[in-house]
Design a protein around this ligand. Structure first.
Ligand code: PMP
Length: 425
């Protein structure tokens, strides 16, 4: 796609002058193909429009928050209704209590809820709660797992100091021996084990949680008095109408939620079991916007749709349809394409593509055909997608695979991903 004279390019130019680096964090398009737009103008249902008016089926769903469709009429009506009554004010509204009641009724392990804004707020509160509960320091988390962008967990340490990340030990996800080893190394100082609900690291195949790993994490916490934390910020409500590890019969002490719990309106949550209540009441956490009523109204409406609709079964069926269709079309064009993770949160990687040059070419071709995909991060399906959307994406994929087949032998390395070939993948 020629963007040389596009509004997107012009905005990037202007952004470079007034926004450090022109963009930051996960929304930075620095590690995406050059033809990807950075700026968007509107969204509706399963589609987004970039500032140049191009429409895409959005398989990123805002990196998760879009679960029931952008501008969902029921959720946004609840939001707007509340906005006209109150939003940020001197104290919370009754919606805070109702939302805590509904979440604790829905999530098996949860006896209480606390609300905040971003996933990082929730994971940081989980960390502090576990340390307050145990009066110990050490936490264990899996290498490569993302838990947010605070100094204790940011994947890019610029500006942080070693002590921000002190008292953390790392294990390998799904590797019971490495988890046991980390617990042993913690000695008597283990405060918490953090767990992603499944392995959803970037750049590498995703993996379902091994039930033996989840069980062992629970046992080790029980034996040591540490708290088990499931970070459901990304996967929450896309795996189950409960904490994602409920599917394994494992109940954590704390779980963290965000992204889609209000379908894109800003609210996140820390949920906890009875055991952790006193500690949670003892920590000082707050924010000017944490008691906003309108996102709580949106969350209540989102939870109603979670309870009352077959959204989960539908996004799983759509995910299967996309995965089956893409893998089959890739094979027909002579490519091995792997879909890893749950198909409603899929990551697609090509075989024999260590520096992702095939992946980059393929997603660029999909973008040109109106489908926004990601070459190295898991994607998300939403309940506003239809079988027709998926079939159109599959039709686009036929064209994209055909171009890839023609160009595969001559593809240049993706320079911006050189670090992958250096073995960091
Ligand atoms: N935990 C997980 C598993 C996440 O995927 C994310 C965000 N991608 C976070 C925590 C942090 O959430 P936020 O970006 O809302 O701070």
């Amino acid at each position: 796609m020629d963007r040389a004279n596009s509004l997107d390019r012009a905005l990037r130019e202007r952004a470079r002058a007034v926004i450090p680096g022109g963009m930051y964090g996960h929304q930075s398009v620095g590690l995406l193909p050059d033809d990807y737009p950075q700026f968007f103008a509107k969204a509706e249902g399963a589609h987004i429009w970039d500032v140049d008016g191009n429409r895409y089926l959005d398989l990123m769903c805002a990196y998760g928050p879009n679960l029931f469709g952008y501008a969902n009429p029921e959720i946004d009506a609840a939001y707007v209704r509340q906005l006209s009554l109150s939003d940020t004010l001197t104290g919370p509204t009754e919606l805070m209590v109702r939302l805590a009641e509904e979440l604790t009724a829905m999530v098996t392990h949860a006896a209480w809820a606390m609300f905040c804004k971003n996933g990082t707020d929730a994971t940081s509160m989980a960390l502090v709660t576990a340390r307050a509960h145990t009066r110990r320091k050490t936490i264990i988390r899996a290498r490569g797992a993302y838990h947010g962008a605070a100094p204790w967990c940011t994947p890019r340490p610029a500006g942080t100091i070693d002590t921000d990340r002190a008292h953390q030990l790392f294990c390998d996800y799904n590797d019971v021996a490495s988890l046991e080893d980390a617990v042993a190394r913690a000695g008597g100082d283990l405060a918490a084990i953090f767990a992603a609900p499944f392995k959803h690291d970037a750049f590498i195949d995703q993996a379902a949680p091994d039930p033996a790993y989840a069980r062992r994490a629970r046992e080790l916490c029980d034996q040591t008095g540490a708290l088990l934390i499931v970070d459901d910020v990304r996967a929450g409500l896309r795996m189950a109408r409960d904490c994602s590890w409920s599917l394994l019969g494992i109940e954590p002490d704390l779980s963290t939620w965000g992204k889609c719990i209000a379908n894109g309106h800003p609210i996140s949550a820390l949920l906890g079991s009875e055991k952790a209540r006193t500690a949670a009441a003892s920590i000082y956490v707050t924010g000017s916007f944490w008691f906003q009523a309108a996102p709580m109204a949106a969350a209540l409406e989102t939870l109603r749709l979670v309870r009352d609709t077959d959204y989960l079964e539908r996004i799983m069926a759509l995910g299967d349809r996309l995965a089956g269709g893409l893998v089959e079309r890739a094979a027909a064009a002579g490519f091995g394409l792997r879909c890893s993770g749950p198909t409603q949160m899929p990551l697609y990687l090509f075989d024999d593509d260590p520096d992702l040059r095939k992946g980059f070419c393929f997603v660029s071709q999909m973008l040109a055909r109106g489908v926004y995909m990601h070459p190295w991060h898991n994607m998300f399906l939403c309940a506003a997608m239809t079988a027709t959307d998926i079939d159109q994406a599959l039709e686009a994929a036929e064209g994209a695979f055909a171009v890839l087949k023609r160009e595969a032998a001559g593809l240049a390395p993706v320079e911006k991903l050189a670090f992958l070939s250096a073995g960091q993948r």
